[in-house]
Write a protein of this length. Structure first.
Length: 311
């Protein structure tokens, strides 16, 4: 994953604050607008438009983004992504796909979506909508979709695929075109026709989803991809509650990948050909493979608890 560096994020956030301050100035008008703009930027105005007053690097540096709650959301999202946590808190060992969206992504997306997309003054600052903060949001959304795929799948829910080729490219840190060449009905990353509802102009619309197990299996084979450690026994408990054999096996396959196994390793351990695991990933396993994956992964995850001190 290519997470924007802190310096780029802070510089982009300053620019966004200036653009937002200008909107408030012109919307409120007069003393009200001036007061709102100064309150947001934290800098006393000289009487001109914010895009003029903060037009040089020295003036822009006088804005302190840390005063604003949106900065806290951005830095905490960075920490979570840098830790590669499947929870809403860095490396706490849980799997929870709700917190990242509710606590961080929604706030950042709202902030970006509220910025003007037309030039308000003599200088056009609207390009800041597409800077480092937006890149962080997109990476965060891709990670959230992976979190959800693992969270739901290891609970037996395979009703909707959420990962797109764009998500996978962000997670792998490679170009989208490269990833799209791997996506198709019968390709390495099997595609599923699925329209994703667009929440805002910041969120790209995805029309083709990718099989989650194919995606995670491919990502796991990349040496630079990692997921934070999951608490031992957590997946075993989840899998034990799934009543359907096929959903339990698919969830177990996903759990094994999330914990750190590669598809080739799992196939060797359970004595199944890779073709059987590929069939399982699509929900159409051979009869001889039923329960072999889930029994193995549950036993393996429970065994991990014996080597770990209680949390």
């Amino acid at each position: 994953m290519q997470i924007p560096d802190r310096q780029s994020l802070e510089a982009n956030l300053r620019e966004a604050v200036v653009l937002k301050a200008e909107e408030l100035l012109l919307t409120g008008g007069g003393t009200v607008g001036r007061a709102l703009a100064e309150l947001l930027s934290g800098v006393e105005s000289g009487g001109g438009l914010p895009t003029d007053e903060f037009g040089d690097a020295e003036a822009l540096a006088t804005i302190d983004p840390s005063r604003l709650e949106i900065s806290s959301k951005i830095w905490k999202l960075c920490e979570l992504l840098e830790a590669r946590s499947l929870s809403g808190r860095p490396a706490d060992g849980r799997v929870d796909s709700d917190a990242i969206e509710q606590d961080y992504l929604d706030f950042i997306e709202l902030f970006l979506a509220s910025l003007p997309d037309i030039a308000l003054g003599g200088e056009d600052w609207t390009s800041c909508r597409n800077g480092a903060v937006r890149q962080l949001l997109l990476v965060g959304k891709a990670w959230h979709h992976l979190q959800s795929a693992i969270d739901e799948g290891t609970s037996g829910d395979f009703s909707t695929e959420q990962l797109t080729a764009f998500d996978v490219s962000l997670l792998a840190g490679i170009g989208e075109r490269t990833t799209r060449n791997l996506v198709g009905p019968n390709k390495q990353l099997r595609s599923i026709e699925h329209k994703k509802q667009r929440k805002s102009s910041i969120d790209p619309r995805g029309f083709v989803a990718v099989n989650r197990i194919d995606a995670l299996s491919w990502l796991r084979d990349r040496t630079d991809f990692r997921i934070a450690s999951v608490r031992p026994g957590l997946f075993a408990e989840r899998l034990g509650r799934i009543p359907d054999d096929i959903d339990r096996d698919r969830g177990a396959y996903l759990a094994a990948l999330a914990i750190g196994k590669r598809t080739s390793e799992l196939a060797d351990e359970v004595g199944l050909p890779a073709s059987d695991l590929r069939a399982l990933a699509s929900g159409h396993p051979s009869r001889s493979s039923v329960r072999r994956i889930s029994d193995h992964v549950i036993a393996w995850d429970l065994e991990r608890t014996s080597y770990t001190a209680p949390a």
